[in-house]
Design a protein around this ligand. Structure first.
Ligand SMILES: O=P(O)(O)OC[C@H]1O[C@H](O[C@H]2O[C@H](CO)[C@@H](O)[C@H](O)[C@H]2O)[C@H](O)[C@@H](O)[C@@H]1O
Ligand SMILES: O=c1ccn([C@@H]2O[C@H](COP(=O)(O)OP(=O)(O)O)[C@@H](O)[C@H]2O)c(=O)[nH]1
Length: 468
């Protein structure tokens, strides 16, 4: 078995069980099996970049991390990654900032990674690079002599061609993807946009999964990421989750809980969600005092102006809605700006009659799948899901809505609260089948089997956009 080298901006070292993301758990399994290595930014800042690598081994998983300079973090992470590519790839060209310093810093940091990582890679290793922070890294590793198999997975949407062409030097960036052997997208829609760009802008050709540009042919596939469904189902009845569930139910008394759990990010549609909920309160006075929206929203990317702005907007909006509708013994929105460990989240999900997942655009959205996995099969809650989340391609039995429409959101909340048990069970069962079959392990195996040059697995668990 070839050694797997995973490279991503964030590296997660194994920690207490239940508190690690599904991605970290799935990659850890593959890294353990192949005695591989996970490489990325340490999250720390150093005065002068030395290229020194910090090696660790936890629970059989080896990691290698690199410190960056403050200017690197400003231009690469806060700059090109999160002020330029993130908004553009989430269809927000109004928020995208195009600055030469950002692009320069992004390329410099990718080169720094390439320089540090190249000596660690052996010719028969298999390399898997993740996400928009590191698009050109594969090309830079090739330039330094790596000739082995290399894959890339994009966790966020791929924008339509007409938006992508607003990025200065877009063609140079996209061409670097042809250094990989396999590239993966979360959905057929993002894959289709990528193919369209290659044909229209670069003059490349598409033949099924194969995309050719000049003398390079790569495989481009849709490979939706999943969650650790079994873990969430078990976690939902763990001691931590039960304690959280009990605490929530006691504080709610008999009120129905609607829950949202999102990083505080403009792409998650929180402003539109609060407005949709306010519309529901206006349309349905009969629900007053009988329902509570709990929105968990840990702050994210706090050095970026658009994130500071959305936080201020939401503070004001939650205050305004609560001011308008609260009573001395009822607050319609509980707005919480800190995160919870996953085991406790499982209890929160299970206590909620409605999961409200309404991003304006999202690569996948794991919260939607976790909410489904954590439900009580005998008495499951209802998922309200944005049509514009990658997860909507698989979770077609959710109540799918347009998050920009407060009326649709209001109607969906009303319908979810009134939904009879048999319909809730039927919808949940269909969603749970998908979440269980196409879980995080399925995603990892599907991608790495392509990367290893094996034929894609065929059969009932093979992904197709229309199958689920
Ligand atoms: O690392 P941060 O800047 O704190 O951001 C957290 C992660 O956000 C993005 O997540 C994406 O990947 C998820 C898993 O595939 C997907 O479900 C979600 O829709 C995406 O937004 C980002 O792509 C990650 O790199 C970040 O670590
Ligand atoms: O308080 C929190 C809020 C979120 N999450 C986790 O953060 C991830 C968010 O992933 P998602 O794909 O929904 O969105 P992203 O933040 O990656 O864009 C999920 O696994 C959540 O369980 C968490 O552990 N604690």
């Amino acid at each position: 078995m070839s050694r797997l080298i995973v490279i991503s901006n964030r590296v997660s070292r194994p920690g207490p069980s239940g508190n690690q993301g599904g991605l970290a758990v799935a990659l850890a399994e593959a890294l353990r099996e192949s005695r591989g290595l996970w490489v990325g930014w340490s999250g720390d800042v150093t005065d002068n970049f030395t290229g020194q690598i910090g090696f660790h081994e936890d629970d059989g998983v080896r990691t290698a991390t690199i410190d960056l300079e403050e200017q690197d973090v400003d231009e690469y992470y806060n700059g090109y990654a999160n002020r330029t590519l993130w908004p553009l790839f989430h269809f927000r060209i109004d928020l995208a900032e195009y600055a030469r310093d950002f692009e320069g810093g992004y390329n410099r940091v990718n080169r720094r990674f390439a320089e540090c990582i190249s000596p660690l890679i052996e010719s028969d290793d298999v390399v898997w690079i993740h996400d928009y922070h590191m698009i050109p890294l594969g090309q830079m590793l090739r330039d330094r002599g790596f000739g082995g198999r290399m894959g890339y997975f994009l966790h966020i949407p791929w924008p339509p061609t007409r938006l992508l062409v607003s990025l200065p030097h877009h063609a140079n960036l996209v061409r670097t993807l042809f250094a990989y052997d396999v590239i993966g997208f979360q959905t057929e829609e993002w894959l289709e946009s990528f193919r369209h760009y290659v044909e229209r802008e670069l003059g490349g050709t598409v033949d099924g999964d194969r995309v050719t540009l000049g003398d390079r042919t790569i495989e481009a596939i849709a490979c939706p990421i999943g969650v650790n469904a079994r873990h969430f189902a078990d976690a939902a009845t763990s001691d931590d989750a039960r304690a959280m569930y009990g605490q929530m139910r006691a504080s709610l008394q008999d009120r129905a809980l609607i829950v949202g759990v999102d990083r505080l990010d403009y792409s998650k549609g929180l402003e539109e969600r609060f407005n949709g909920y306010a519309r529901f309160l206006k349309d349905h006075p009969e629900h007053h005092r009988h329902v509570v929206l709990t929105q968990v929203a840990p702050p994210s990317r706090e050095d970026v102006g658009s994130y500071q702005q959305i936080r201020a907007t939401l503070d004001a909006l939650a205050g305004r809605i609560n001011g308008e509708y609260s009573d001395v013994d009822w607050t319609p929105i509980r707005y919480v700006n800190h995160g919870y460990p996953r085991d406790r989240l499982a209890g929160i999900y299970r206590a909620a009659r409605v999961g409200l997942v309404t991003p304006l655009r999202d690569g996948m959205n794991l919260v939607a799948k976790e909410y489904v996995a954590a439900q009580d099969p005998e008495d499951p809650g209802v998922l309200i899901l944005s049509r514009f989340a990658g997860a909507a391609m698989q979770l077609t039995d959710a109540l799918l809505i347009n998050p920009y429409s407060p009326e649709e959101m209001s109607d969906a909340i009303h319908r979810a609260l009134a939904m009879p048990l048999d319909e809730r069970q039927r919808r949940w069962r269909a969603m749970m089948d998908s979440v269980e079959q196409q879980d995080i392990g399925w995603w990892r195996r599907r991608f790495t089997s392509r990367l290893n040059g094996e034929d894609a697995p065929v059969g009932k668990d093979e992904f197709s956009a229309t199958e689920t």
